[in-house]
Design a protein around this ligand. Sequence first.
Ligand SMILES: *Cc1c(COP(=O)(O)O)cnc(C)c1O
Length: 391
Amino acid sequence: MTHMNPVFIPGPTNIPENLRRSCDMATMDHRSAAFAPIIARAKSGVRQVLKSDTAEVFLFPATGTGGWETAITNTLSPGDKILIGRNGMFSNKWIDMCQRHGLDVQVLEHRWGQGLSPAAYAEALAADTEHRIKAVLATHNETATGVRSNIKDIRAAIDANDHPALFLVDGVSSIGSMDFRFDEWKIDVAVTGSQKGFMLPPGLAIVGFSNKAMAATMSAKLPRTFFDVQDMTKGYPYTPPVGLLNGLADATDMLLAEGLENVFARHTRIATGVRAAIKAWGLPLCAETESDYSETVSAIKTPKGFDAATIPTHAADTYGVAFGGGLGEVAGRVFRIGHLGLMTDVMALSGLATAEMAMADMGLDITLGSGVAAAQAIYRTHPALPSEKAA
Ligand SMILES: *Cc1c(COP(=O)(O)O)cnc(C)c1O
């Protein structure tokens, strides 16, 4: 019965029962008239979640990684220079992809635990007086370290230098859970996937393109076939995953019905409780600075000499609950609690209680109930539930 437990990994996230049903559809001819309203509703919903009036939304059968590839191959040419910050495993993997596509990659190095530095971006852009940098890339929420970066301030760094570069943003573990403003931050390509904030099974790369990014596709020479957005503007050039797209239409309805600001506030409240618990355990976060704390995932450092990887392994084997391990540079040094998507205060409490058992079992000096009590203190002050507000 272990499948009955919620997961506490930062993707794939828990799937609401109604969205599981939304994805479960009888075969549909995607050339029939019945398909058009599904895709229209999904695209319009995504556009609203991105807080955009203008973004052209593309929904590829892929994952977030396919979204990265869509972003770069449609807007850039071999040898183009790009500027990108590295502060964890996901930004690192996007860098690797850019290098493997033959781009000239200028990397801004950060400690794993640091937010991306707008000042470092500004300095590099100021030095680029010949405007050789064609695109600026940033990961909004570094899922490996639980660090949020300030996309608004990185945009401001581009503007302060009157730099014409495109702005490509990975919002895979933030979009739909944390405030994300495609139009206001003048993002040119935003990337996410179905299995994080949208609470769906994996299988969709979800991307938004600005008008400027669409214009760039006309001259971009990187090879692309499957992920060509111009082909996609004419309708699916291959068989679309109709059930997932129907799920996405319903997922965006759900988020918009709750209200985006309420969704963000819920994530903030849950994250605040999780962090109170971690503090009560006496363990530090991997994230170095409070203003950079992620609202969707917390990476927790374990004491020196302790193998953090034993926590998720033991929790899965003993209690049937999934937590995240450390990735790359922080492997063995952190474990992660995902708290995004379908998540409530009460679910978070069960995850914290389980983490306490796993840590105590593995010999860490944890007082059972200490983190749960600290989180309870936060959750008892919860704002009215939607059902209470309606009453
Ligand atoms: C999950 C994730 C990805 C990769 O997404 P896949 O769907 O696994 O390809 C990329 N970036 C971030 C920040 C992520 O959290």
